[in-house]
Design a protein around this ligand. Structure first.
Ligand SMILES: [Ca+2]
Ligand SMILES: [Ca+2]
Ligand SMILES: [Ca+2]
Ligand SMILES: [Ca+2]
Length: 290
């Protein structure tokens, strides 16, 4: 009897452990982000305008050797935050900011095992369960430098804490306008120990690594005609305008200005002295005539 109870308790314990392991992955949740209008340069440097766009955190650990290892914490693998913008016509910009302690140099056969970022776009958001026609998955390696293909250009730069990638994706099927919605997802692949294999893979909406085969569980991106510039605080804008409007001063101009100001001040004092003297004479005259 005791053996039976012990066996049941053990079975329950194992089942509970399995449940914990499974629930370590996030549940799929539709997310949405908005691309506001503005222009940036695709060069791997973060443009000033990006500062006025919200970050999109990409945090779903969905694949890689560590995906079901509960001893692993987010501090152990790369972190990805993204921003989006569009040029008001046909081009979507994406900024990837990756914090990665060990950027890989290994060259395995499969590039998805290497440090890299990915973006998924389904222009008409058709969600038919495959990736075809105007839907695509694109991978940019951390060390790719400048790269391009038919519908996109990218620039990747290493930083002290990882790497930055900027992408311009040009729409070819849908005429983007205010209110357009497309299927969209983001991803980072991390080889955490430079052995040519991927330890962690994080997605924005995808939770089970199905994004590369199906567009059903991607998120959405909405396009807005509101400009990113309109988010710049008024005081900050005024300070920038004042700075731009300020006269250019150099060492030769400064003394000339001072001399002119000194001359003006001397003239003012001379006039004041003359007026005072006249008033004094007038008073004297007035007094003497009384
Ligand atoms: Ca840039
Ligand atoms: Ca489609
Ligand atoms: Ca590795
Ligand atoms: Ca890495």
């Amino acid at each position: 009897m005791l053996r039976k109870i012990t066996s049941c308790v053990l079975t329950l314990f194992i089942m509970a452990s399995l449940c914990v392991t499974v629930s370590a992955r996030s549940e799929y949740q539709m997310k949405s982000c908005t691309a506001y209008t503005g222009d940036i340069t695709v060069d791997g440097d973060i443009d000033e305008l990006w500062n006025y766009v919200e970050w999109i955190p990409v945090t779903n650990l969905k694949a890689g050797d560590w995906v079901d290892d509960t001893s692993i914490t987010p501090a152990d693998y790369a972190a990805l935050n993204c921003k989006v913008m569009w040029n008001g016509a046909d081009t979507l910009y994406i900024l990837f900011d990756v914090k990665d302690k060990v950027v890989t140099t290994s060259q395995p056969v499969d590039t998805w095992r290497m440090d890299s970022v990915e973006f998924y776009v389904d222009e008409d958001n058709s969600r038919e369960g495959t990736i075809q026609d105007d839907a695509s998955q694109t991978r940019i390696l951390a060390e790719a430098g400048e790269a391009s293909s038919d519908h996109w250009v990218s620039a990747a730069k290493l930083t002290d804490t990882g790497y930055v990638v900027e992408v311009a994706y040009k729409y070819f099927n849908v005429a983007v306008k205010d209110g357009t919605v497309s299927g969209f997802d983001l991803q980072v692949n991390d080889d955490a120990n430079d052995d040519g294999n991927r330890e962690a893979c994080l997605g924005w909406c995808d939770v089970d690594d199905s994004a590369s085969g199906s567009n059903e569980k991607w998120g959405e991106i909405k396009f807005s005609s509101t400009t990113v510039e309109s988010f710049i605080p008024v005081a900050e804008e005024a300070a920038e305008a004042a700075e731009e409007a300020a006269p250019v001063t150099d060492e030769s101009a400064a003394p000339a200005q001072t001399a002119a100001q000194t001359s003006d001040t001397a003239s003012a004092f001379a006039v004041l002295a003359l007026v005072s003297a006249s008033a004094y004479i007038a008073v004297k005259k007035f007094r003497s005539s009384n």
